[in-house]
Design a protein around this ligand. Structure first.
Ligand SMILES: Cc1cc2nc3c(=O)[nH]c(=O)nc-3n(C[C@H](O)[C@H](O)[C@H](O)COP(=O)(O)OP(=O)(O)OC[C@H]3O[C@@H](n4cnc5c(N)ncnc54)[C@H](O)[C@@H]3O)c2cc1C
Length: 378
């Protein structure tokens, strides 16, 4: 009998499997309906021998030393700071918008103080910030909104920014300095030998059995287990009884080029002129040396693998109805981005799983409890 059946071998499931097996001696069966572990971070060497990310570029960044050190037990890290350029008006300029972006785009030579006044003079002040459009207009005004956000958002979500929650663009900063990095987190790094290798190590424990190519509904009635940890889509778990939660998907189109490098930085965004949103060249992320290079184009679409929950009020309401059902189940625990219908970065998912691990330890019978010392990450 397994102590836990864990559905989904992405970060959410794998971290729990590792903690429960290594710290609490639990017997785990972790399954995934895909033919591999690693969830959306799965990477592999393509036919040309270039390490690529099957489900789009994944860059690890976090401010949490604990999470960085915890994952560091399963990989060594390669320092990497991601830089993104946006193709606007025939130029490639840094995004998030900063002093360099404004000076290049408008042929100016502003200082940090002056660029603040520049933004203020362009801003279209809004009394209430309700939508993504309000956020951007209120911060930088119409021209920058149209050059960088309107078209990109429309492609990404098939919605006008005025129809999207303020939260979508609220987290995109505008900088008055020359910091061209995409992220500013304290820890920014890539797993030295890739994500899949890191997952192999996470799951390498005698108490953990791994089964791929298996939807949990195919086996849940035949394999005995005490409790379930579910990281798949919450609406699927409840057979879509209230209807489907909407997601945005992406078609990834890979192209291997007979050149050492194709573009000047890891990712180039195309807010306006192209059908795709961005192009990423993996060798910048992985540091791999190779005479060829592989890039990926991202074409957002409605149908397909669920990637981005669509942040609209009616979807939050629908999710909370499913959550009410989930909260009634004491032997099934929901975690991860699909089971909680939230866009989370990898470090946030790891944090969520570590929190659930602590909760499970507190809930379990006294004889199964482990002391705080062991719960600690080290
Ligand atoms: C295009 C894209 C780019 C991203 N880039 C970054 C980035 O640069 N940095 C960052 O920090 N985060 C990034 N993220 C977010 C990152 O992918 C997630 O934080 C992370 O993968 C979430 O892990 P998870 O385990 O919750 O979900 P997943 O990785 O999706 O794992 C869930 C697993 O459950 C399996 N599953 C689902 N249903 C079933 C079922 N019925 N039976 C069996 N198995 C099932 C799925 O096959 C899947 O493998 C990106 C996301 C996307 C979509």
């Amino acid at each position: 009998m397994f102590d836990y059946l864990i559905v989904g071998a992405g970060f959410a499931g794998a971290v729990l499997a590792e903690r429960l097996a290594s710290q609490a001696d639990k017997k785990i069966l972790i399954i995934d309906k895909r033919n591999h572990i690693g969830g959306n971070t799965f990477d592999f060497y393509n036919e040309a021998g270039i390490l690529i990310h099957k489900y789009g570029p994944h860059i690890f960044h976090t401010n949490s030393e604990d999470i960085f050190n915890y994952l560091g037990k399963f990989t060594s890290w390669r320092p990497y700071e991601h830089r993104v350029l946006a193709s606007v008006d025939g130029m490639l300029v840094p995004i998030p918008i900063n002093l360099n972006t404004i000076n290049t785009l408008y042929g100016l030579n502003l200082t940090s103080e002056e660029v603040e006044s520049f933004f203020a003079s362009k801003a279209v002040k809004k009394e209430q910030i309700l939508t993504s459009e309000d956020v951007v207009l209120n911060k930088v005004g119409k021209d920058l909104y149209e050059k960088f956000f309107k078209g990109y958002t429309k492609k990404q979500w098939d919605l006008d920014p005025s129809e999207l929650d303020a939260s979508v663009t609220a987290r995109i900063p505008t900088r008055n300095n020359r910091d061209n990095r995409y992220f500013t987190d304290k820890y920014q790094a890539m797993p030295m030998h890739g994500y899949t290798r890191m997952f192999e190590k996470l799951l390498d424990h005698p108490n953990i059995k791994v089964m791929v190519n298996t939807d949990y509904k195919e086996i849940a009635d035949f394999i005995p287990f005490k409790e379930m940890i579910y990281t798949g889509p919450i609406d699927y778990f409840f057979d879509y009884c209230y209807g489907k939660l909407p997601y945005r998907s992406i078609e990834f189109i890979f192209d291997t080029k007979n050149e050492e490098n194709h573009q000047p930085t890891g990712t180039v965004n195309y807010p306006n002129d192209q059908p795709y949103t961005r192009v990423t060249e993996f060798k910048y992320l992985t540091g791999q040396q190779h005479r060829q290079t592989t890039i990926v184009y991202e074409h957002p679409k409605a149908e397909g693998d669920p990637y981005y929950p669509v942040p609209r009020p009616e979807n939050s309401i629908l999710y909370s109805r499913y959550k009410d059902l989930a909260d009634k189940l004491t032997k099934v625990h929901f975690t991860g981005r699909l089971a909680t219908y939230k866009y989370y970065n990898m470090d946030q998912v790891v944090a969520q799983s570590l929190k659930l691990f602590k909760k499970l330890m507190t809930l379990s019978a006294p004889e199964n409890r482990i002391d705080e010392q062991k719960i600690a990450l080290h």
